[in-house]
Design a protein around this ligand. Structure first.
Ligand code: CTP
Ligand code: MG
Length: 174
């Protein structure tokens, strides 16, 4: 099982399609104030965490909060899909600007599990096509030269099943 060593200050970027379990993972292992959620930011600017028209504003807010937290030397976890290389690049730039270690945690569950979970959810109004599209984006991004390390991540952890996600523990380095 994965033991995630968490430095005193780091930017932990969760990567996974909708339903992969990012929010549950973050809630289990981190303090609420350490988690910067794109859905929470979407709700703050648009009153609706599913409002896709608010995506640009929501991510401006995510990046702003992340930058302010890293400037203050605070451990930060980003809860957003981050399946697109461009989304990761802007977060990596913020980490670099503050000389903070960027760590990727990839929740890469089998497609069948993702579709089953998605079908059971009532809080996500979009169809299964979104799950497939995000999954394709994730796979394509991972195949780029150098993968996530090549993008600039200094720690990369792959979790390939729900059981692997649930088994993760953290050790905090003071
Ligand atoms: N779930 C589960 N077992 C887990 C984790 C999650 O059955 N160990 C279920 C939850 O009950 C939830 C769904 O899977 O209904 C999605 O979990 P969530 O943590 O919300 O996934 P996210 O990746 O945060 O999804 P989104 O991107 O849509 O916010
Ligand atoms: Mg979530």
């Amino acid at each position: 099982p994965t033991v995630l060593t968490v430095p005193e200050v780091a930017l932990i970027i969760l990567i996974g399609v909708t339903g992969s379990g990012k929010s549950s993972f973050a809630r289990r292992l981190f303090r609420p104030t350490e988690i910067v959620s794109s859905d929470a930011c979407r709700a703050m600017v648009a009153d609706d965490e599913n409002d896709q028209d608010a995506t640009a504003a929501a991510f401006e807010l995510v990046n702003t909060i992340v930058g302010l937290r890293l400037a203050a030397g605070r451990l930060t976890v980003v809860d957003a899909t981050s399946v697109q290389p461009a989304a990761r690049a802007s977060l990596l730039a913020v980490a670099k600007a503050h000389d903070v270690l960027p760590i990727a945690v990839v929740l890469d569950l089998p497609m069948d599990d993702l579709l089953t979970r998605h079908a059971a959810r009532t809080d996500r109004p979009f169809g299964a096509d979104v799950v497939r599209r995000q999954h394709d984006q994730l796979r394509r991004g991972m195949k780029q030269r150098g993968g996530l390390s090549g993008e600039g991540f200094r720690g990369v952890h792959f979790l390939r099943s729900a059981a692997a996600v649930d088994a993760v523990t953290t050790v905090r380095r003071e």
